[in-house]
Design a protein around this ligand. Structure first.
Ligand SMILES: [Zn+2]
Length: 318
């Protein structure tokens, strides 16, 4: 059962692409080069150049964090895949503001988005996530610490797991430090309990792994594709000016519509093939032939990821 869960988690994290940055320094020190990208007034991103699983080469750093500087302190969205990485994130935040980190949001239960929590809990930040995601964190977290340590050959250091304490159960609005935010549920699209964060005034959406930049949506064994499609069209209706994702650079609402249309097309074609009694390989070649002309140039990993998508969607028809 544990192995099965780890496989699900692994697929969730890697999305089949291993586009790692080249390694020059494989020592276990926290000498990360985190640069801060200004996104809008008081909103910043720390973008990982690496996509795929944590590795010795990327020092375990494979996912983005974002932060909002409010009047009363800083709100951090996702904390990276280890406590050591979160120390680098904290230093990067300090290069922008001396205000304390008051709130941390974990977009979902995959380890690369919350394993840095301990660094911020140390200084009293309130950690926010959905109740559903926290259940999965507690089930999968302990075994994933060892898994990350193995795949990075120990470079990620030791990570203490700190679970969120402010648990959300449904879509809700809050005011954090004078900034209006809205937490939106994806209805388990990429993984159970995913939340997105919307800043209505600046029209910025923080999507975790529900929203994507350069890579195809990462379908997992414990997500829900029809709900994902609905969520993407719902987010598109908000007309976001800026889309911040869990991996890759900032993008726009166009990416949200691109992903919604892609997933809807893949789902429809696989369902039709399955109901028509076609084999998975046959369905894959039909889906690729039909969708590659439009989508291959829009993603970095169309050819590899489409196989993964068809396989999982096919499984979900059974
Ligand atoms: Zn994920």
């Amino acid at each position: 059962m544990k192995v099965f869960k780890l496989i699900i988690l692994t697929f969730g994290l890697m999305g089949l692409v291993t586009n790692f940055v080249s390694a020059t320094d494989q020592t276990a020190n926290a000498n990360f080069d985190f640069s801060v990208t200004p996104i809008a007034e008081n909103v910043y991103s720390i973008i990982s150049p690496s996509y795929g699983l944590p590795s010795p080469e990327n020092k375990g750093w494979n996912s983005n964090s974002h932060f909002v500087v409010t009047d009363k302190g800083v709100l951090v969205f996702d904390t990276g895949s280890s406590e050591l990485i979160a120390k680098g994130i904290r230093s990067a935040i300090k290069s922008v503001t001396n205000k304390p980190v008051r709130w941390v949001v974990n977009s979902h239960s995959h380890a690369d988005h919350w394993f840095g929590n301990a660094e911020f809990a140390n200084t009293g930040a309130e950690i926010i996530a959905s109740a559903r995601a926290v259940t999965i964190m507690k089930e999968d977290g302990p075994s994933t610490v060892g898994f990350f340590s193995r795949v990075t050959k120990g470079v990620t250091g030791s990570t203490r797991l700190v679970y969120p304490t402010l648990l959300l159960a449904q879509r809700e609005k809050r005011n954090l430090g004078g900034v209006d935010v809205e937490f939106i549920f994806s209805n388990d699209a990429h993984s159970p309990g995913d939340i997105l964060m919307w800043l209505p005034k600046q029209k910025i959406i923080f999507g975790g792994d529900v929203l994507n930049s350069d890579w195809m949506p990462i379908i997992t064994g414990h997500g829900n594709v029809p709900n994902w499609i609905d969520t993407l069209y719902t987010v598109a209706k908000l007309n976001p000016a800026i889309v911040l994702s869990g991996h890759g650079k900032a993008t726009t609402g166009k990416s949200v519509i691109r992903d919604a249309d892609l997933l809807a097309a893949v789902w429809k074609l696989v369902k039709k093939g399955y109901e028509g009694g076609k084999k998975q390989d046959e369905i894959l070649s039909q889906v690729s032939d039909k969708l590659a002309p439009k989508y291959k140039s829009l993603y970095k990993d169309f050819d590899s990821a489409i196989k993964h998508q068809v396989k999982l969607i096919h499984k979900q028809q059974q």
